[in-house]
Write a protein that binds this ligand. Structure first.
Ligand code: UDP
Length: 360
């Protein structure tokens, strides 16, 4: 796919030691792209995933790749022995595992919280045992419904610790705490990325997030669901930019010693996004307004000053190009699925479960 890219300093390719990386949540949308990038760089990669939201299909193209292995396991459980590589030690642990879409992480909040806390503790201990560098993917959700705009890393957030998003928001905040405690105790060399809304190919059509919902609904001529009046804002980062940021953060030396926001500062309202997708797909879909979910942040936009200064990173893929690539990928998915709107019921059902209202 052809993309217009802004100029950015090249990331120096690491040659001093070969990476042997564990990627938890590697069958997921961002994780699978990260694995592709690590393999392209010459790394050996083991992916750990419980397929709660990740899909083996995201990694099927790596079936015959000798430097890649896939282990089905949950990070909250004891690691299966086959994750260990004999005498070979892991040099890097990228810890992405956790459902990240509100309907998915709210479906089993207890498991979400345990994944954030117990799962992160398990992976930190594994990194400690292996002597591996550790990267936690945290989230813009740690800022809650922010009073400060845009959100710099120093902003401590406005989170409802008893609300429906808390299993994830507070879980990730606790995961950050654990991660920096391990660093303070000099047990593990850590990095923490706060990921803002990210989109691109390999998102699940039933992921429940706005980009995948809107594109899928537009392609199927379904009513497009706007929660609330659509004036809430988000800032969407294309997945290749996110992966580049994660790799730069992992490779940064010395460790930044604080979280780093990764996201695209281009902010727009949900209604603007919907209009763009309708124009892009030429869809005849109508729009239906559903109630705004509880604690839904009114606006979100990353301050990426730290990432620019410390990592020499900023997003390069514009929203139009990214949406085109994503819509093309969903159209292909739809074509391969036999052109039938098979996802109609699951998308509607999860939406109903999330908002409590049937869309059509
Ligand atoms: N949203 C929407 N329609 C949808 C899905 C989401 O209007 O079909 C809204 C949602 O209420 C939120 C924004 O889009 O204000 C982004 O939601 P998403 O679930 O993608 O991610 P979040 O940033 O809330 O984690």
């Amino acid at each position: 796919m052809k993309m217009m890219k802004k100029k950015q300093a090249e990331r120096p390719v690491k040659t001093e030691r070969t990476k042997t990386a564990l990627v938890t949540g590697g069958a997921g949308f961002i994780g699978s792209h990260l694995i592709d990038a690590l393999l392209a760089e010459g790394a050996t990669v083991v992916c750990l995933d419980n397929y709660l939201t990740g899909r083996p299909a995201n990694l099927r193209h790596l079936e015959s790749e000798r430097r890649f292995d896939l282990v089905e396991a949950d990070v909250i459980d004891r690691l299966p022995p086959k994750v260990r590589l004999g005498k070979t030690r892991f040099t890097h642990v990228y810890h992405l595992a956790c459902a990240a879409s509100p309907p998915h992480y709210q479906a089993d909040p207890e498991h979400t919280m345990l994944t954030c806390v117990v799962g992160t503790r398990n992976m930190l201990r594994f990194a400690e045992e292996q002597g591996a560098r550790f990267l936690l993917t945290s989230t813009s959700e740690v800022y809650g419904d922010p009073e400060m705009h845009p959100q710099p890393e120093g902003y401590r957030g406005w989170v409802n610790c008893t609300g429906p998003r808390a299993c994830y928001d507070e879980g990730k905040r606790a995961a950050e705490t654990l991660t920096f405690d391990f660093a303070r105790q000099k047990r593990v060399d850590v990095r923490v990325a706060r990921i803002f809304n990210t989109y691109g190919p390999r998102m699940r059509h039933d992921d429940g997030r706005v980009v995948s919902n809107v594109i899928w609904q537009a392609l199927h001529g379904q009513n497009i669901t706007v929660y609330g009046d659509g004036s809430q804002t988000r800032s969407f980062c294309y997945v290749s930019d996110m992966v580049e940021g994660l790799m730069r953060l992992m490779d940064a030396e010395p460790a930044p010693g604080a979280p780093i926001n990764l996201g695209n500062p281009h902010e727009l309202t949900v209604s603007d996004l919907v209009e763009r997708v309708i124009a892009l797909t030429g869809s005849a879909s109508g729009i239906v307004h559903l109630p705004l979910p509880m604690d839904d942040p009114r606006r979100r936009r990353p301050d990426i000053g730290r990432a620019q200064t410390i990592l020499g990173w900023e997003p390069r893929v514009g929203l139009q190009q990214g949406l085109e690539a994503t819509a093309a990928w969903f159209a292909e998915e739809q074509r391969q699925a036999g052109a039938k709107p098979a996802a109609r019921r699951p998308v509607a059902a999860q939406r109903e479960a999330f908002t409590g209202v049937a869309a059509e």
